[in-house]
Write a new protein. Structure first.
Length: 398
């Protein structure tokens, strides 16, 4: 089952996953559309809308959910899933601008969880709905007649199923994972490192600011991704920035260690990130790269350096008890600094844990058992849902 969860939650994607979810819905819809395009209307939940407003679309200098939809209608490939915009080029960009006026994107604050509702009109009317995760197609209909109809049930998802396991189980699993899982980790190392290296070579990239390699590599990669670099990233629990943040620090630190152990450390980091996200939800008011993936990477670093199970748990507890308040105010270039901040705290928390230092139970949200701390994080995340609505009032306004 853990293997299935990993392959469900660790996937390559081009660009920020929220605009990409919009692009995927459009690409699927256009396969069924007849005649010339009259209009595209996309209705989003507030989290997806928030995360798509100020982030560059891959392969372009442009921001906006409308351009993601236009590019996808022009050259998107539905069969590529989250890599739907892989083949964006200048010809595609030029053609997409001609249909921008036919596209409208709205937010429905009543939607709960991740939801993309896309309606395309030509000679017929096509409705595509993605829900729960960025590539989960739950409904397709033509002129009101269902083609696909499989309602989303959160309780039955693979993300929810990881709650059946304990952190002890996850630590045990990484000692003997399936070959295919290790190959997926190897791919994550390869493609996440590639975009980081591209970012480090780009003038003005946030990864060029500090003389601290584990932080630089994360900031470089996140900045490059948020700036629209047309390179894939291995996402973890629905987020490319989480994928970068929970892998790259271990890649950099791991140069001094046995590569097999580095891969297991990264796998642990991924699993802890997925585990925490099962309690908070895929899209939240909390910065996943800066706080949740940082907890994962801290656990991975402790494992890499020979720490025991208690020390691994203490590292997770230290990060979550420190960084829970780091909020998500939308996907953008500045996410690189939040991811870098999380990396700093992850490294600090790992070293503290290796020296048997742990934030004591009763200090704020910290519990005696880290799994209880994670459950508290989930509860607190629900209590600040209005944050997303308030943020929408400020995005794009100087």
């Amino acid at each position: 089952m853990l293997k299935d969860i990993i392959f469900d939650q660790v996937k390559p994607a081009y660009g920020c996953t929220e605009p990409i979810a919009v692009a995927l819905a459009v690409a699927i819809g256009k396969k069924y559309l007849k005649g010339d395009l009259e209009s595209i209307k996309v209705i989003l939940d507030k989290n997806t809308y928030k995360n798509g407003l100020e982030v560059n679309i891959p392969g372009t200098p442009f921001i906006g959910l409308e351009i993601a939809a236009a590019l996808s209608f022009t050259c998107g490939e539905a069969k590529l899933g989250l890599e739907v915009l892989k083949y964006v080029d200048q010809e595609c960009i030029d053609k997409s601008h001609k249909i921008l006026g036919k596209i409208k994107v709205d937010v429905d604050k009543k939607y709960t969880g991740l939801k993309v509702n896309c309606i395309l009109k030509g000679k017929n009317k096509i409705n595509v709905i993605i829900e729960g995760t960025h590539d989960n197609i739950v409904h397709i209909e033509e002129n009101g007649d269902p083609i696909v109809d499989k309602p989303f049930e959160k309780s039955g998802t693979l993300l929810e199923s990881i709650k059946k396991y304990s952190i002890d189980n996850l630590i045990e699993y990484i000692e003997n994972p399936e070959k295919e899982v290790i190959e997926l980790v190897e791919k994550a190392i390869r493609i996440n490192t590639e975009i980081a290296e591209k970012g480090l070579k780009t003038p003005g990239n946030f990864g060029n600011i500090l003389d601290f390699e584990p932080v630089n590599i994360v900031q470089a990669a996140v900045d490059a991704r948020m700036s629209g670099e047309l390179l894939p990233v291995m996402t973890v629990a629905g987020s490319g920035n989480q994928g970068l943040s929970c892998t790259l620090p271990i890649v950099k630190i791991g140069k001094k260690y046995n590569m097999d152990k580095v891969k297991k450390a990264i796998l642990l980091s991924m699993l802890i990130t997925i585990y925490i996200k099962s309690y908070t939800g895929v899209l939240t008011p909390i910065c996943g790269a800066g706080s949740i993936a940082s907890a994962g990477v801290s656990a991975g670093i402790v494992y890499l350096k020979g720490g025991n199970v208690k020390q691994i748990k203490n590292a997770i507890n230290n990060v979550l008890s420190t960084l829970f308040g780091l909020t998500c105010d939308g996907a953008k270039k500045g996410c690189a600094l939040k991811a870098g901040t999380g990396t700093f705290v992850a490294l600090q928390s790992a070293e503290l844990a290796l020296n048997n230092a742990n934030i004591p139970c009763g200090n704020g949200i910290a519990a005696e058992d880290v799994e209880e701390t994670i459950k508290r994080i989930g509860k607190l995340t629900l209590s600040i849902k209005k944050f997303d609505e308030d943020v929408l009032e400020f995005i794009g306004k100087c």
